[in-house]
Design a protein around this ligand. Structure first.
Ligand SMILES: [Zn+2]
Length: 133
């Protein structure tokens, strides 16, 4: 949801398509998505409904949950975001697909180079980044 990630110079859409190896992405915005999925049943249910609609209508090759550091919607330390986005992606995967590992956990973090560009890194169960700048 954060406007900093949606500015053209942030290049989030292009980076997300590249990370997921797809031509286009459907984006469903949610404030503090990792926190919402883990700690707010009402918002979790709404996210699942949205993703289920997209899944049934568009049969996406892949789904990702993208959270970001410095998030007003889920104000926790960076390391906690890494942990939470992995747990939230697993919870969503079970809810939407009925099996684990179908929703890819991704975190956005500001580039140290210019502060305007946000980078993405994919996380795994051990929370180690596999794709950084
Ligand atoms: Zn946020």
């Amino acid at each position: 949801m954060d406007c900093r990630l949606h500015r053209p110079e942030a290049q989030q859409y292009e980076q997300l398509c590249d990370l997921l190896n797809v031509e286009d992405c459907y984006i469903a915005a949610e404030a503090g998505p990792d926190g919402a999925v883990l700690h707010d049943d009402t918002r979790f249910d709404a996210v699942v409904r949205n993703l289920t609609i997209i899944k049934k209508a568009k049969h996406p090759a892949v789904m990702a949950l993208v959270a970001h550091y410095d998030c007003a919607g889920h104000p926790v330390e960076d390391a906690q975001h890494d942990t939470d986005v992995v747990s939230a992606a697993q919870k969503l995967s079970e809810a939407v697909y009925g099996e684990p590992d179908r929703v890819i956990p991704v975190i956005a973090y500001p580039s140290t180079e210019d502060g305007a560009t946000w980078r993405l890194k994919q996380l795994h169960q051990n929370q180690s980044a596999v794709a950084a700048e």
